[in-house]
Design a binder for this molecule. Structure first.
Ligand SMILES: Cc1cc2nc3c(=O)[nH]c(=O)nc-3n(C[C@H](O)[C@H](O)[C@H](O)COP(=O)(O)O)c2cc1C
Length: 262
């Protein structure tokens, strides 16, 4: 019983891989476990594009803020929120016409609610893949930057109106002793779990919650203003006001508009 908890508690992101492909049986098991993830209405509102083509991997790495480790990852999965397949099914099966003729129900275009549900489906499946990979002795890492440069990604993967990236994972056999390194810190449970109502965190709560994160960064001389700054300074400068976050916000706006308006 505790084996699974041990697995979950030892998981870490792996960014460097041995240069050998995933064994066929392991890949089959990884896909099987991914597909066993819960799914809204069991509609499986996602698709996964396995990117093999080295030239495509190169372009994908560039799109993802030049994270070149992507080109070296033996397995690359882009998870799409996918309502396109259902729109096609509804239309091509005649379900849309039947509803109109028999019940006077006009076609409803997918909206933001559909999009959110597809995203939930895709991300739930991705996390199944992460856990399954760990069980199979594989390492994995999410690549959040897959939501940047949407127009380029759309062209690269030939995406349609109702297919947009939800998340991305790279997998492989961990290189070296990455599994033995110290785990990254987490906030204490009391700072995340709230009871019955939202308890808005303010400065003292945040300082307490992220104490360990801040100490780690200070130890690594990684805080701004010659290491005299706080974790808030670090994230505000490194992430919140960065050009990649600006790009991510622009790109996601385009992505959502394209879903809603074509
Ligand atoms: C949504 C999401 C996006 C992420 N994007 C990236 C990424 O683009 N590049 C990367 O190296 N790690 C990425 N990560 C991994 C995080 O940096 C990592 O989970 C975090 O630092 C905690 O470390 P751990 O996973 O080893 O516990 C991402 C993780 C998540 C959940």
């Amino acid at each position: 019983m505790y084996e699974t908890l041990h697995l979950l508690n030892q998981r870490r992101s792996i960014r460097s891989f041995e240069q050998r492909p995933i064994e066929a049986e392991q890949l089959r098991l990884l896909k099987e476990a991914t597909l066993r993830a819960p799914s809204a209405g069991n509609m499986i509102l996602y698709s996964i594009i396995e990117v093999h083509d080295p030239a495509k991997k190169e372009q994908l790495a560039e799109i993802c803020d030049n994270q070149m480790m992507i080109t070296k990852a033996p397995l690359v999965w882009v998870f799409l929120a996918d309502m396109q397949k259902w729109v096609n099914y509804f239309k091509e099966s005649g379900a849309v016409d039947h509803a109109m003729q028999q019940k006077d129900i006009p076609f409803r275009k997918p909206g933001l609610g559909d999009l959110h549900l597809c995203m939930q489906d895709a991300i739930v499946a991705a996390q199944n893949a992460v856990v399954a990979a760990q069980a199979l002795g594989l390492g994995s890492c999410y690549i959040g930057d897959v939501i940047e440069r949407f127009e380029d990604l759309r062209q690269l993967l030939d995406l349609k109106q109702y297919t947009i990236p939800a998340c991305m994972l790279i997998f492989g056999y961990p290189k070296g002793k990455q599994q033995a390194t110290k785990l990254t810190p987490r906030c204490p449970a009391s700072s995340v779990f709230m009871l019955d109502t939202y308890a808005e965190p303010h400065l003292p709560d945040m300082e307490r919650a992220y104490q360990e994160h801040e100490q780690d960064r200070r130890r690594m001389q990684g805080l701004p203003y010659d290491n005299t700054g706080t974790l808030a300074d670090y994230y505000y400068l490194r992430k919140h006001t960065s050009t990649f976050m600006q790009e991510m916000n622009r790109s996601v706006q385009v992505m959502f508009e394209s879903w809603c308006d074509g």
